[in-house]
Design a protein. Sequence first.
Length: 217
Amino acid sequence: MERKSAAGSIRNKERSKKKFLDAVGKILKTKGYAGLKVNDIAATAGVDKKMIYTYFGGMDGLMDEYIRSQDYWINATTDKIDKIIPEIKDGGKSFIEEMLLSQFDYVYTNKEAQKVLLWSLSESRKSLKKLIDTQEENGEHIFNNMFDPYFKENSGDFRGVMAIMVSGLYYLNMFASVNGSIFCGLDMNSPEGREKIKNAITFMVGQTYDNLKSQEK
């Protein structure tokens, strides 16, 4: 009986935590980050606000967990990368192409992730700074262990290309969601327009690998 009771308690806790996280997302989509107040989150979740402190240690903890749950690159953890690296034979070309293509689709379909991106550009907050720091730590681990050894003295140029590509894909999705669809004559909200961007991703990754490696010779 005690085991069943403990298991039930854990399930209840996880359900309540999910309700809080879902409530943050709902408020963020409808009212923006200015609407994220303890009482409003608790009311939307239908859970006593005291449980925010019990489960997350307070609002900062809740925001930390929510923001991390919505970020694409945060999932590229050092543990996952360490498992992938021994199997990579192409200097990470296939890996980074797939990551960029997936990022492009993920942000486009995830309205909450879009709101978090806008939030990170609009307000200074510890939770958002922590997210960015974690992104950079994970990214540095990937560069140091996968790309830098492959590109060697050209690794800085590769980092520059990746910075432009990652940020550019973020922007195209945000632009399509907030202010319009057409960018450089391509409709970012149409399958045809988005396919052109995906083709460009594959082209740019291929050109980057071919050109930077050829410069070593």
